[in-house]
Design a protein around this ligand. Structure first.
Ligand code: PSU
Ligand code: MN
Length: 303
């Protein structure tokens, strides 16, 4: 291919060349994880939070067969408004590029493209992982395998609580992905401050995370991600009792309706938003904002 398939925006390119901090943001959360039209406001807000933290935002998506690292306002609007946008994991990138397709990138595709572009820090809401009922469906997000091979720090509120959290933590251990609890000894629970599961390592503040990244750089060896698990504030979390009750119903409904594959995660997120009358959405947004703020400070400390 003559043209480079990964197009880095001018602003992001300039920041990278000057060694200034840049934070990657994914687009699936915008296109498929949040309700329209709130999603556009959120996409803009997240970019603004990165800037306030002294870093340059690089939202990543594939538009008309070109992978884009750093979107302009019109492109961001397209990601939020185009209902025909596909959901692209890492494995979908080549066919999307080859066929001129457009799509939002999941954690796996975003982490891959971010690393290709030379970024080190990435913020999202919650990672994908091992789904409940895995023994029957074999549904495990491609996020985990890709993170095991990407030298990127991903700041998240743990993994989505719709998943089997202990099984996902076990997979991360097997895959050799470093997991740090930021200011917590427990793995966060996405909508909830804690999943109840312990973490092996606790770090405090962006400077300490940057130290871990520098130590990883110095060690060399196979690249793998550092998951920075940053809990939502308890004041902003979803009521745990409501969470458990609505999630149990949502999981049952997904099964009854035969929702499978890529549709499972968006279905459950939308179900929770509807059935908690927006409370889960607010908790999700609070978590993402916190992650984006922390990611900007980590990128700045590392730069
Ligand atoms: N975090 C959120 N909302 C989301 C996601 C993450 O707060 O919608 C997306 C991410 O893009 C993640 C994807 O990669 O959900 C996981 O989808 P799946 O389980 O199909 O791999
Ligand atoms: Mn899946």
């Amino acid at each position: 291919m003559a043209m480079t398939p990964v197009h880095v925006s001018e602003e992001v390119r300039a920041a990278l060349d000057a060694g200034r901090p840049v934070v990657a943001l994914e687009s699936t959360i915008i296109a498929h994880g949040l309700p329209h039209p709130r999603n556009l406001a959120v996409a803009r807000e997240l970019e603004g939070l990165v800037r306030e933290g002294g870093a340059v935002p690089a939202t990543i998506a594939v538009l008309d067969g070109r992978a884009r690292v750093g979107l302009d306002e019109g492109e961001l609007e397209r990601v939020a408004a185009d209902t025909g946008l596909r959901k692209l994991g890492h494995r979908d990138l080549a066919p999307a590029l080859a066929t001129g397709a457009s799509g939002a990138t999941t954690v796996s595709a975003t982490a891959f493209l971010a690393e290709r572009a030379g970024l080190r820090v990435f913020a999202t809401g919650g990672l994908g992982g091992v789904h409940r009922g895995w023994t029957e469906t074999q549904d495990e997000s491609a996020d985990l395998r890709l993170l095991a091979r990407s030298g990127i720090a991903v700041v998240c509120a743990g993994v989505k609580s719709i998943l089997d959290v202990p099984a996902t933590l076990q997979r991360l251990e097997t895959l050799g992905v470093t997991v740090l609890g930021h200011g917590t000894r427990h793995f966060p629970g996405f909508y909830l401050a804690s999943s109840g599961e312990p973490v092996d390592w606790t770090v405090d503040g962006p400077e300490q995370v940057a130290e871990v990244l520098r130590a990883q750089d110095a060690l060399g060896g196979p690249r793998s991600a550092v998951v920075v698990a940053n809990p939502v504030a308890e004041a902003d979390q979803l009521d745990p009792e409501l969470h458990d009750r609505v999630l149990a119903r949502g999981l049952a409904e997904a099964r009854e309706r035969g929702v499978t594959g890529q549709a499972v995660t968006p279905f459950l997120l939308a179900y929770l938003t509807r059935e908690t009358r927006g409370a889960s959405l607010e908790a999700n947004l609070a978590a993402v904002r916190g992650n984006v703020r922390l990611a900007a400070r980590i990128a700045a400390a590392y730069a």
